[in-house]
Design a protein around this ligand. Structure first.
Ligand code: SF4
Length: 404
């Protein structure tokens, strides 16, 4: 999952190409409808760069990661900005650099500490990838990020977008980067039809992003493209009248701004019913670690939970939860709370119950199918949990405080 959809582009579901030794892939231009770069006059390309650079330097937002040339800090910011709004990322960026000021500090951290610091930012695999990347840089590159895209791409957790961002923004190398904002700007500038998440248009956009770079100014130019997409060339109502490249824009000229980019339709949300269990033993609550093989939240901790089958009763679901995951026979207690939350396209209704342990399959011990822990309520604050389970931990801690 290597993408940076852009700060204003929640709808841009754009994936960068899979790892490849070079950013620019050849293709049959006739495969893609729309404006051909072969037909693009060089002075038009120059006009875009000439107009965009001064606009960016005059109007760019004052962001903390723009005040540094430290490749590590730029890497951290670019990973945080994948799937996250700028204002949400700000405090996390500051806290992260205060705790892990350089690659050596991050490489020495535990996964649990890294996930705890990332807690609330979502898409936790990003934090795990940063950690894995830092460990590889510490081991193979003496703690300094390499400058070349090819070497960056060999590191775990760094894909084409991050490699392009680090190489161009930190080292001013003339290599492109493509995120959701860049996709939107380029498809509109060149009037490109087709699905930008798939070949051949996906490669075509990388090719154009490379061609547009103003020699000697890759750092600012790449950021200018993203800034344009984040602030003026927005998904719904682009501010074309104030756009510095309006004179070169096919979409503005042909009235295509509401049509481009032609992103695939999102799947409708799916409703899911789940049950979570507060299983208490001598004042301690049972939580477990999400296995590394899980598709999401790997390494985070959760209260036991299970998805209900159609028309299944909570009692039956709890019985399955105990049997399939924990090796416990559980008794359903009081309904505690109902929480609504979303994970990707799933709209989840989570009903939380107090539960009692009737017996274990192996006497006295929870089965070791999962890594489990019995936590005192106050200790839950030190356990990395996804947002909805943090809310459950808040309920538990609130109860404990009321009893004090
Ligand atoms: S003119 Fe409008 S559509 Fe074209 S790049 Fe500028 S903001 Fe985007």
């Amino acid at each position: 999952m290597e993408r940076r959809p852009g700060t204003s582009s929640s709808s841009a579901d754009i994936h960068a190409p899979t790892r490849q030794p070079t950013f620019v892939t050849s293709m049959a231009r006739s495969e893609t409808k729309g404006f051909s770069p072969a037909n693009q006059p060089p002075n038009q390309t120059r006009a875009i760069g000439t107009a965009l650079l001064p606009w960016y330097r005059a109007h760019r937002r004052d962001l903390p990661w723009r005040q540094t040339r430290d490749p590590y800090a730029i890497w951290v910011s670019e990973v945080m900005l994948q799937q996250t709004q700028v204002e949400t990322a700000r405090p996390y960026y500051a806290r992260w650099l205060a705790r892990f000021p350089d690659i050596a500090a991050l490489a020495a951290a535990s996964e649990s500490e890294v996930l705890l610091l990332w807690q609330g930012l979502g898409y936790y695999s990003r934090a795990r990838r940063l950690l894995a990347g830092a460990q590889a840089v510490a081991e193979k590159h003496g703690g300094a990020l390499p400058e070349s895209v090819d070497e960056l791409l060999r590191l775990p957790g760094i894909g084409p977008y991050s490699a392009g961002a680090i190489a161009s923004i930190a080292f001013n190398q003339e290599v492109p980067l493509v995120d959701g904002n860049v996709v939107r700007v380029i498809t509109r500038l060149f009037g490109l039809h087709g699905d930008p998440t798939r070949a051949p248009l996906k490669s075509r956009i990388w090719e154009l992003a490379a061609q547009l770079i103003v020699k000697g100014h890759a750092r600012d130019f790449n950021q200018a493209l993203m800034e344009l997409g984040a602030t003026l060339c927005t998904p719904q109502k682009p501010l074309c009248l104030t756009c510095p490249v309006r004179g070169s824009c096919e979409a503005a000229r042909r009235g295509l701004t509401q049509i481009l980019p032609e992103l695939p339709k999102r799947q409708p949300p799916t409703q899911v019913a789940m049950l979570a269990a507060f299983i208490v033993k001598r004042g301690r609550y049972l939580v477990y670690k999400v296995p590394d093989s899980a598709p999401r939240w790997a390494g985070m901790w959760q209260f036991p939970n299970i998805e209900l089958e159609p028309a299944e009763s909570p009692r039956h679901a709890l019985s399955r939860l105990g049997k399939e995951q924990l090796g416990l026979k559980l008794l359903l207690g009081e309904h505690v709370s109902r929480l609504q939350h979303s994970v990707t396209r799933y709209r989840i209704t989570l009903d939380v119950y107090d539960c009692a342990v009737q017996e274990t399959e192996k006497k006295g011990e929870v089965k070791r199918r999962l890594e489990t822990r019995w936590c005192l309520p106050k200790a839950l604050a030190g356990v990395p949990m996804p947002a909805v389970h943090q809310k459950l931990a808040g309920i538990v801690m609130g109860r404990a405080n009321r009893r004090c």
